[in-house]
Write a protein that binds this ligand. Structure first.
Ligand code: SIN
Length: 496
């Protein structure tokens, strides 16, 4: 395979403004007791762009003390005040969208246009929870045998530990922070060590919007495991929300069980995307490209296995491969780039090995398959057809720009194969038959089903999975309840 040219040169004013955006972040508001630092690198150039503090466990515990104290006062504020502050934060985030998008692209690599999309998506969670903060949070019921009235209410659960991933550094932060603030909780946030800068910038903006200085504590560190186990052993942590791998999620769930802490776990996926013979071909191709390449495929809801019915398969593969061949690979700040670098060299090595293994099992390489030489962590948009079920790529969460296509004959076979995974996060169905769309969607083991479209996520939707893909929901009204505890008052009444 010929490795195509990639866009490495970036117009210098844009590059300079991205560097200026990164340089404008205050790396450490509260100070680290140890003076240790770590390096954050731009995945497109491998250049060090910032050196935030490498906080210790003791720093984390001090941060917890501050967040917990501030949270107790914040919980006594009115819902209207919390809502107003979040509305103000939304306005400031949008006002700073250029700066935030450049920081996202610099530290995470996604193309600038996608980074703008993430800024809007992330800010929408803040606006959504500004609105949800005002919704009634209780109800009133009669004892069925009389003699009392039961009033239920929802109280803030207490201080939350929020552990965010590197792939959507802004959206995953706001999807956790905004509902916590909306209901009156403080939070300790541990951003991914690969992409801590966006979270620091967002936290600064929250403070400017009126969020109390200590309420949201961002703890940058390379010692994630030590920090989270120490924090979760502390009785002040009442909630943990994690987005990341199922392996780490299971460890956190074990710790949460030990200390009886409420959890939300957004874990791994292996999303099937089913294209039936009766699908609209153009819509299916476009939807599959989006489901595969959004965020460079570095998303837990990315289409991992593309299953196409035999009658439409050849036309689909041709159209899809043509569309994928138009992708422009390069530095996310570069002109016209639609596929940025992947996050690190480990990912590049994994992709090469997945492609080799699939081809060795009999898959046909239609496009890409290689990593360009030179600085930066790049991998071509890749299409594999007739991928055997036994190949590693069909069993693993790819998390990159490789489309693994295989074919099926019947609806029953498609469902059986789609569900033959321990995971159950997102799935996608393309068909013009409305009965089939709903029947298949009902029978897929998944928390989220995209029907005739390649994007499922929405602030109004309860994002989350079944089976090994996690517990709890984020976004929507359900995401708010994750930060609340129900209590009731049983009020004796005089006999009538
Ligand atoms: C994720 O990949 O972790 C989240 C993607 C989304 O919110 O759409």
């Amino acid at each position: 395979m010929i490795v195509r040219e990639i866009v490495r040169d970036v117009e210098s004013p844009l590059s300079e403004s991205a560097d200026a955006a990164v340089a404008s972040i205050t790396l450490d508001r509260q100070g680290s007791a140890t003076n240790a630092i770590f390096e954050v690198r731009d995945p497109a150039s491998e250049r060090v762009i910032a050196t935030p503090p490498d906080h210790s466990v003791d720093d984390g515990l001090a941060a917890l003390a501050r967040a917990d104290r501030a949270g107790r006062a914040w919980a006594r504020e009115t819902a209207r005040r919390r809502s107003d502050v979040l509305h103000h934060a939304y306005d400031l985030l949008i006002e700073q969208k250029d700066r935030l998008a450049r920081i996202i692209t610099r530290e995470m690599g996604k193309p600038l246009a996608e980074a703008y999309g993430e800024v809007q998506y992330a800010s929408d969670y803040v606006r959504w929870y500004a609105e949800e903060a005002l919704r009634p949070a209780g109800n009133f019921r009669e004892n069925p045998v009389g003699g009392s009235t039961i009033l239920t209410s929802r109280a803030p659960i207490g201080t939350a530990l929020l552990i965010t991933p590197w792939n959507f550094p802004m959206a995953m932060a706001t999807r956790k922070i905004a509902p916590a603030i909306a209901v009156g909780c403080g939070a300790v946030v541990k951003p991914a060590e690969l992409t801590p800068l966006t979270t620091l910038a967002v936290a600064e903006i929250f403070v400017r919007a009126g969020v109390p200085e200590d309420l949201i504590q961002i703890v940058t560190t390379t010692r994630a495991a030590d920090l989270s186990s120490a924090l979760m052993a502390d009785p002040r942590i009442r909630k943990v929300s994690f987005t990341g791998s199922t392996g780490v999620g299971s460890i956190l769930l074990g710790q949460a069980a030990q200390h009886v802490i409420k959890t939300s776990m957004e874990l791994g996926g292996n999303a099937p995307l089913l294209v039936f013979d009766d699908a609209d071909l153009e819509r299916a191709v476009e939807g599959a490209v989006v489901a595969k390449l959004r965020n460079g495929g570095q998303s837990c809801v990315a289409a991992n296995r593309i299953l196409v019915q035999s009658g439409i398969a050849d036309a689909f593969v041709e159209g899809f491969t043509e569309r994928m061949s138009r992708v422009v690979l390069g530095n996310g700040l570069g002109e016209g780039v639609t596929l940025g670098p992947v996050i690190d060299d480990r990912a590049v090595r994994k992709f090469s090995s997945l492609v080799d293994d699939a081809v060795a099992h009999g898959a046909e390489l239609r496009l890409g398959g290689s990593a360009p030489d030179g600085a930066g962590h790049f991998f071509e948009a890749t299409v594999l057809d007739r991928v055997p079920e036994a190949s590693e790529i069909a069993l693993t969460e790819i998390f990159g720009p490789i489309a693994a296509i295989s074919r099926f004959d019947t609806e029953a076979e498609a469902l059986e194969r789609a569900n033959s995974t321990p995971f159950g996060l997102a799935s996608y169905v393309f068909t013009e038959n409305i009965d089939r769309a709903f029947d298949v969607a009902d029978r897929l083991d998944a928390g989220m089903v995209g029907i005739n479209q390649g994007i499922v996520s929405n602030v109004a939707a309860p994002f989350g999975g079944v089976k090994a893909s996690g517990l709890g929901r984020e976004g929507s009204g359900e995401g708010l309840e994750e930060y609340q505890e129900i209590r009731f008052y049983n009020l004796a009444r005089r006999a009538r």
